[in-house]
Design a protein around this ligand. Structure first.
Ligand code: URA
Length: 443
């Protein structure tokens, strides 16, 4: 087999076999196939696409290129949740404890943030002493004992995806639905879950800016899961504005805790309840979404979900006093208000711009090696649909003195992110569609 023949075959719109895709992925991982050939193949895929079968084959070859985590020593149906990245998305920190309290084991591997999106692992590290590195035995034991553990990704998971994603990033081939779908799903499959709930974001802060593209991506991922024997469903949720009001690591932990107390923002609570309901159904703990929601609401109201977060924090070495009293979480020294210059109604909030502003203040990474400030970030005061007067506060910036030279740029970004109109603005839906193996249900 020769790489050049497979590139030509894909360039001409033909389907590659399981073996041919395996040849490319193995050859590329081992260095036998050079970057320039893999880049040419990725560009051919960008233009020609891949069949559902090819996409599933690519996923499995990438999943098996490194460690495949075997979760079979954990009792019960392990259901994973994956969000495709957004701004202010702290759903894992709410949903993990919530579904664990309802009896679905959560053995979760999460990532760090890069650019305008945050990462769950960074957020959890805002809790003093919290360790995101557990040995595998301890990880399994903790999930068996308390139903919940969240750790960073292991060093050698999906190396083929890592290498290919890096190449796509610099060859303008990221924006290909089969390549994104296989990249995301290879990591989920290697992480070992029996079932997967995907939260595919749509809108200005998301990878996919339009609903149709988001549905296409979700369908591709659900197809992969179904083909490889993992029950998979996807919810398309709004990322046309940040989720909740807080952006930044410690700030998001505080908001997640408030949500677990039943005192969080309603948009965040609702998205968490929807995703968690699907997890309960796939995990066999509820007959349907309505029954699942009733269980989850009871777990919030009784304080059991919050208690489960505390148990995880304790088990992973974190300071549980910060969960009881969020005032003890890291706090920035400076607070600067961004005020409206126009009266009217908030029509749009460019989530990506808000994410970039938070990054400038130190909450996120500009490059993989940037050091982040766990206390930095933004608290929004206005969301889409809210009325606003001239001089009213749109958002508060939280920062520490080393980042003061970024203040002007961050303030400008926040101001520009807000679109204000004279007309009253209807509230946006939080979820737009549900994708199951049976089809697409638009709401
Ligand atoms: N996230 C991934 O993990 N892979 C992609 O290709 C795009 C987003």
């Amino acid at each position: 087999m020769r790489a050049v023949d497979l590139i030509r075959k894909k360039r001409d719109g033909q389907e590659l076999t399981h073996e041919e895709i395996g040849f490319l992925i193995k050859g590329y991982s081992e260095g036998a196939i050079p970057d320039y050939q893999m880049a040419a193949w990725a560009m051919a895929v960008y233009y020609q696409g891949m069949s559902a079968r090819e996409t599933a084959d690519l996923t499995m070859h990438m999943a098996s290129s490194g460690d495949m985590i075997d979760l079979s020593s954990i009792r019960g149906v392990k259901v994973d949740k994956h969000s495709t990245g957004g701004v202010g998305d702290k759903t894992t920190i709410v949903i993990g404890p919530l579904v664990a309290a309802a009896g679905v084991p959560v053995a979760k591997m999460s990532g760090r943030g890069l650019g305008h999106t945050g990462g769950t692992i960074d957020k959890l590290e805002a809790i003093g002493g919290f360790s995101v590195e557990l040995g595998q035995e301890q990880f399994f034991r903790q999930v068996n004992e308390i139903g919940l553990a969240v750790v960073g990704q292991s060093g050698n998971m999906t190396p083929a995806d890592k290498k290919l994603y890096g190449l796509r990033d610099v060859t303008a081939t990221v924006e290909s639905i089969p390549l994104i779908a296989s990249s995301v799903m290879s990591k989920k499959i290697a992480a070992g879950a029996d079932a997967i709930v995907l939260d595919v974001k749509t809108g200005s802060g998301a990878f996919m800016k339009t609903l149709d593209d988001s549905i296409r991506l979700a369908k591709a991922m659900v197809d992969i899961g179904t083909q490889v024997g993992r029950s998979t469903i996807a919810v398309i949720s709004d990322m046309d504005q940040p989720l909740g009001y807080s952006i930044g690591n410690a700030l998001e932990i505080e908001e997640a805790i408030a949500t677990l107390r039943g005192e969080g923002p309603k948009d965040l609570e609702e998205v968490c309840l929807i995703l968690a309901s699907h997890m309960l159904v796939l995990g066999g703990k509820a007959e349907n979404e309505e029954a699942a929601r009733a269980i989850l609401q009871e777990k919030l109201a009784s304080g059991e979900a919050l208690e489960r977060l505390k148990m995880m924090v304790e088990a992973q070495g974190g300071d549980t006093r910060q969960i009881e009293d969020a005032g003890l979480l890291p706090k920035a020294e400076l607070h600067v208000e961004v005020k409206a210059e126009k009266r009217g109604f908030v029509e749009s909030i460019q989530a990506e711009e808000i994410g970039v502003a938070a990054m400038l203040l130190g909450a996120g990474r500009e490059t993989k090696d940037s050091v982040i400030d766990l206390a930095a970030g933004l608290s929004l005061r206005k969301k889409i649909g809210d009325p606003v007067e001239v001089g009213e506060v749109l958002a508060v910036l939280h920062l520490n003195p080393p980042f003061q030279d970024r203040l002007e740029e961050a303030s400008r970004k926040v101001k520009e992110a807000y679109g204000i109109t004279d007309e009253k603005v209807p509230r946006r839906p939080l979820v737009f569609a549900l994708i199951t193996p049976e089809g697409v249900r638009r709401f």
